[in-house]
Design a binder for this molecule. Structure first.
Ligand code: GAL
Length: 683
């Protein structure tokens, strides 16, 4: 592609103040997911027609209609096609597509293309390219090569967004805006250093306050001038942990600011269309609690490994988290109809698994079931990543299964969409705790935060206990049971919240290494906040005893993994003791009335039994009694979804008489489910 020499300045647009991430919640009366679904489950996916000749578009639309596709996401990676040289606008092809979709009754989730700038931008404006911590440039040739801090990038992004929104904001095919894609970049470059300093000035006001928060008396790090402060670049030895923590907070805020700038532009042009951006599942780079409050629709991409024996639970975890962030229905923006191509070995989905995992998402609140991508690419880095139409074409099993699913989703849409079932149990998970707990210099690198969260979620999932997720500062009073797998860092407000929750009659179970640090990652006196030690009946926390990967800690009745603690407890609170070794006779599990502390990670069965017992004591029931282990039951509104994750057929007892919305059959007392079978029961 050749183009004339550029006009480097697109529509002038002042760079937003990078110090202050927008924290506006959606304006009152903002549209939501229901405005896009209108009683149907959205079904479709990313559509990248720029990869195909126009004849294929017509074939695509025919197949989409045959498969019940009612939604496509256009334009995610279209920047170079829309703006082939600076300031150019090539909208003709998109006009034709928007019209084609409208004429065929397919709604468009229109993306701003700002995740992948055209090559000319990097060539003409190297300041738009991010640098890694070693100072290396992230060049174009892949994707996501933009610096969140670059004023030039932001100007170009705002300009193309403005023009897209002005042109399509009122187009009848438009159902939703999709900003960027999976925001996930970091930048350690010079412009980022400047925005980092501004962000820090906003946070701390003075250098003294920053020096205190970062503990710069350690290792001679005291700052005397703001210009001395850098992003945590490559260093000889371990970096200042609070500097690293703040860099994570800042990065999430900077990306959020990029999102908010584009969101505000599209909202001006189409106040009726909800706005979203797709999260990656439990992604470390975005404080998704904060982000979710900025979106009209919370959406996520979910790609469990079909070979993972806990793939269904991994999916359930992300679904529970996303529903909780959305506080109701949410959008499954991307999943794979078959294999992905970014694992070491990429397995296809066996027959029925795509349907099962899609309906699992619906059971847990998804009102949209979408894929990356519609048609499998023939070129480019993702040509072996599946699409809804695979290389085998419409005769292929993948498309045939997609078609069946489309018909089924259409059947249940009216009864399902908009409904929501809060759970009795909340799992607490929070990004600052994750960031701070993952620093260099910790006592063990044998585990990470998501692994511990997942172990606790899995214990409850296997016990058929429905769970929400919550932020530790949220109002928890509606929950009978709150579990804290691990929150290494807790703010004062969060600690007070937990204490008040238990005082108010709630039951709390906390895992190890919780409440250790304050929000500056300063260890609290005694190694755990005093209020929490009082709550759990811990007199003295003498030492932490991390375990090697192959080591376990014998306890009375089970084995602990990953970690153990040398605790001297108050009277009458030791519930389970360590047996043998250095901790012999010391408490492994403590209980003071309704507050439990578990100082190790019990092996899976033991954790499940422990939590099941505590849940029962708190009045929490499984969704259905007597379920076989491979069967999951989920309530959504008045419906009961029953999902067989096993490879064998099963019979499940479902007291009463029901109608299965999928098969249309009446079900009385007993439900037969084939391998990977699903029923959606209405009573
Ligand atoms: C997502 C991304 C898509 C595609 C997909 C492949 O992370 O948003 O563009 O790359 O992964 O699994």
């Amino acid at each position: 592609m050749s183009h004339p020499n550029p006009t480097p300045n697109p529509t002038p647009n002042p760079t937003p103040n990078p110090n202050r991430p927008s924290t506006s919640t959606p304006p009152p009366g903002s549209p939501g997911l229901a405005d896009a679904t209108r009683g149907r489950i959205l079904f479709g996916g990313d559509y990248n027609p720029e990869q195909w000749p126009e004849e294929t578009w017509h074939e695509d639309v025919r197949l989409m209609k045959e498969a019940g596709v009612n939604s496509v996401t256009l334009g995610v990676f279209s920047w170079a096609k829309l703006e082939p040289y600076p300031g150019a606008r090539e909208f003709g092809w998109l006009d034709r597509l928007m019209d084609l979709m409208y004429e065929n009754g397919i709604g468009v989730v229109l993306a701003t293309p700002t995740t992948s700038p055209p090559p000319w931008m990097g060539r003409l404006h190297p300041d738009t390219l991010p640098r890694d911590e070693d100072g290396r440039t992230e060049w174009w040739g892949g994707r996501q090569h933009f610096s969140h801090s670059s004023a030039t990038y932001r100007r170009y992004a705002a300009a193309i967004t403005e023009d897209l929104a002005a042109r399509y904001g009122r187009h009848p095919a438009l159902t939703m805006w999709h900003i960027n894609n999976e925001y996930c970049t970091y930048d350690w470059g010079d412009e980022a250093a400047a925005t980092f300093r501004r962000w820090l000035r906003d946070r701390y006001g003075t250098l003294d306050a920053l020096n205190t928060a970062w503990g710069t008396a350690f290792w001679s790090q005291g700052y005397g001038n703001w210009e001395e402060i850098l992003p945590p670049r490559h260093a000889h030895y371990m970096k200042n942990p609070t500097q690293v923590l703040d860099f994570k907070r800042y990065t999430s805020d900077m990306l959020l600011e990029c999102f908010a700038a584009e969101r505000d532009i599209v909202r001006r042009h189409s106040p009726h269309a909800p706005v979203t951006t797709n999260f990656m599942p439990i992604w470390v780079g975005q404080d998704a609690w904060k982000w979710a409050g900025e979106e009209d629709v919370v959406s996520v991409d979910i790609y469990p490994d079909p070979r993972d024996p806990f793939g269904a639970q991994q999916g359930a975890l992300i679904q529970d988290l996303t529903r909780s962030q959305a506080r109701g229905p949410w959008m499954l923006m991307e999943q794979a109809a078959g294999p992905v191509n970014w694992r070491g070995v990429n397995h296809p989905k066996p027959r029925g698994l795509n349907r099962l995992w899609s309906l699992q998402a619906v059971a847990r609140g998804a009102d949209a079931v979408c894929y990356f991508q519609w048609r499998q690419s023939r070129q480019g880095a993702e040509k072996f990543h599946s699409g809804m139409v695979s290389h085998a074409g419409p005769r292929g099993r993948t498309y045939q299964e997609v078609k069946r699913l489309g018909a089924e989703l259409a059947r249940i849409g009216v009864e399902v969409t908009g409904s929501h079932s809060p759970s009795d149990v909340a799992i607490l998970h929070e990004w600052n705790a994750w960031w701070a707990g993952a620093q260099d210099g910790r006592l063990s690198s044998e585990f990470d935060h998501p692994q511990v969260v997942s172990a606790w979620h899995r214990a409850l999932w296997e016990a058929h206990i429905a769970t929400d997720f919550a932020h530790p500062e949220h109002d928890l009073s509606a929950y009978r049971l709150v579990v804290v797998p691990q929150l290494y860092l807790l703010t004062d407000a969060a600690i007070d919240n937990l204490v008040a929750y238990v005082r108010g009659g709630g039951t709390l179970v906390s895992g190890f290494l919780t409440g250790v640090a304050d929000e500056d990652d300063r260890v609290r006196p005694g190694g755990m906040d005093q209020r929490l030690r009082d709550l759990f009946g811990i007199h003295t926390l003498h030492e932490w005893w991390p375990l090697d990967a192959d080591e376990t800690a014998e306890c009375d009745g089970f084995r602990g993994t990953l970690w153990s603690e040398e605790i001297e407890s108050g009277d009458g609170v030791a519930e389970v003791l360590y047996k043998g070794g250095e901790l012999d006779g010391l408490p492994a599990v403590l209980r003071k009335e309704r507050a439990w502390y578990v100082s190790t990670l019990p092996e899976p069965t033991a954790l499940r039994e422990l939590l099941t017992g505590v849940a029962a004591g708190a009045g929490v029931r499984p969704v259905l009694d007597g379920l076989p282990p491979q069967v999951e039951a989920v309530r959504r509104g008045d419906l009961l979804f029953v999902l067989n994750h096993g490879r064998e057929a099963v019979t499940v007892e479902v007291p009463g008489t029901h109608r299965d919305l999928l098969s249309g059959q009446q079900v009385t007392e007993c439900l037969e489910l084939e391998r990977y079978g699903v029923a959606v029961l209405s009573s």
